[in-house]
Ligand binder design. Structure first.
Ligand SMILES: Cc1ncc(COP(=O)(O)O)c(C=O)c1O
Ligand SMILES: N[C@@H](CCOP(=O)(O)O)C(=O)O
Length: 464
């Protein structure tokens, strides 16, 4: 399996290379050159298997020679052993034809653990073979950061720097990033929004001297391995609801477009997914794009679902690559328009392809609050504001097929919003009960590339 860049002019890499490289050197994102596909029989045979076994079958064709079968099985087992639910990603029923996929039973209480725990295992195995040392820099709107820290804390050959927008994550999210005491963990509160954090991260990748000097690696969903691990729960949930003999719709709370893009990959591999519904909060650039054909940034408005407060939605580039017939030059032109003018127009044929595969909707702050309360009343499920955005949008798209809505974070990560909506203050699990007493360690940083690079160089002892 070879990996190519969405902008068409970066070196072609194998799985291990793409995983350790992060952003392609032409500024694009790595994707498989060809997607493997499964027959109906192969998908039907996944029914009743453990999450780990489905994960192995779904991901194995993408891994190539990077890991042997036994090694890869061991990495998968190690990745999911710390999850607190035997099913890993259990389904709950909200209404006769509407199901909630709970993705928050991992160590940091968000769906990011599914991919990050596995990447942590895979990167450690790769580093043990190469003897290299790496510097991970991640950008987070709240959940990727703690998941990355959890996966890499305490390792002697990895430094982890996490950029989060100062004052724009929940207190639980912030403390999850600022309270780990391991010296290889560095939480950086940036003066800006998530888009600024992600832009500076990409600037670092595009500054080759810096990137090579520190051995820069990325664990955001720019990393293909992140997307790949998220494909698995589309298979596990759809099969448990009757796929491939039934078609299943999914609604996904969306920000950086990694999670729903994983659904697109699952569908492209033969899984019988009907609609993929993009659910956005008031930062609704993706919903507007589907409606108007124009992708236009308008600045981020803070919301009660802060992890989705994103305007520059990184993985949308991967989908564009597909609907532009995998023409890297065409993607590069649109991305250049975005950089220089803050917008681009999706060509007509590509827009039709987008609309054929995706629906979309938006939930306001009031609708989000109301949905938390209504869901609790109707089905005794306490959901977080991100899940609530998705439930609200899903309810407008219910049809004949079973609908699966992704619950991407535990309600206890957003206690203020959940209490306001439901009157219930959700408790953190006992292992995190002292989170608010642990000392915090955080560095306030400006939205400035040179200053950030200087800090990383000084901390890691590298020179450019
Ligand atoms: C809780 C939660 N829900 C939804 C999202 C959106 O996911 P994606 O960025 O993959 O679209 C995020 C952040 O990524 C998140 O942390
Ligand atoms: N919502 C994310 C934003 C970063 O997304 P990623 O999937 O690219 O890592 C977060 O919680 O940090």
């Amino acid at each position: 399996m070879q990996y190519i860049s969405t902008r068409g002019s970066a070196p072609v890499l194998d799985f291990g290379g793409a995983m350790m490289t992060g952003l392609a050197r032409d500024g694009g994102l790595y994707v498989p050159e060809h997607l493997p596909s499964f027959s109906k029989d192969e998908i039907a045979a996944m029914a009743g298997l453990s999450y780990e076994e489905i994960a192995f079958r779904v991901m194995r064709p993408f891994i190539g020679e990077t890991f042997s079968d036994d090694e890869f099985k061991g990495l998968i087992a190690a990745a999911y052993q710390g999850f607190e639910h035997a099913a890993r990603a259990p389904l709950k029923q909200l209404a006769p034809n509407h199901f909630l996929l709970e993705l928050f039973h991992g160590p940091t209480l968000a769906f990011k653990d599914f991919a990050m725990q596995l990447i942590g295992q895979m990167m450690q195995a790769a580093l043990a073979k190469s003897g290299k040392r790496i510097t991970i820099v991640g950008a987070t709107s709240g959940d990727t950061g703690s998941a990355a820290i959890e996966a890499f804390r305490g390792l002697s050959n990895v430094d982890v720097f996490i950029l989060f927008p100062h004052g724009r994550v929940s207190e639980v999210q912030r403390r999850q990033m600022t309270t780990p005491s391991e010296s290889n963990v560095h939480a950086l509160a940036l003066d800006g929004d998530f888009d600024d954090c992600q832009a500076r991260l990409k600037d670092m990748f595009n500054h080759f001297e810096f990137r090579d000097a520190v051995g820069l690696a990325g664990v955001n969903s720019i990393n293909w391995a992140r997307v790949l691990a998220q494909v698995v729960y589309y298979f596990s949930s759809a099969v448990s609801l009757g796929a491939p003999h039934r078609t299943i719709d999914f609604t996904v709370p969306t920000g950086n477009f990694g999670d729903i893009y994983a659904g697109h990959i699952a569908r492209s591999m033969g899984l019988t997914i009907g609609k993929l519904v993009i659910a956005t909060n008031q930062n609704d650039i993706l919903h507007r794009t589907l409606e108007t054909g124009v992708y236009e940034t308008r600045g981020v408005a803070p919301s009660m679902s802060p992890s989705m407060d994103i305007q520059v939605s990184s993985n949308f580039e991967r989908l564009l690559f597909d609907v532009l017939d995998r023409e890297g030059a065409a993607v590069a032109d649109l991305m250049n328009d975005l950089k220089t003018t803050g917008k681009f127009t999706v060509p007509q044929g590509a827009l039709e392809a987008l609309r054929a595969g995706f629906a979309s909707g938006r939930a306001s702050e009031e609708e989000t609050l109301a949905t938390i309360g209504a869901t609790l009343k109707a089905s005794a499920e306490l959901i977080c504001p991100h899940g609530a955005v998705a439930v609200r949008v899903a309810e407008a798209h219910l049809g004949e097929n079973p609908m699966v809505t992704l619950a991407t974070a535990h309600p206890a990560k957003f206690p203020d919003a959940v209490e306001k909506a439901s009157g219930i203050r959700p408790a953190l699990p006992p292992r995190m009960a002292d989170l608010f007493e642990r000392p915090e360690r955080v560095t306030r940083v400006p939205n400035d590339l040179a200053a950030l690079e200087a800090l990383v160089l000084e901390t890691t002892g590298h020179n450019v």
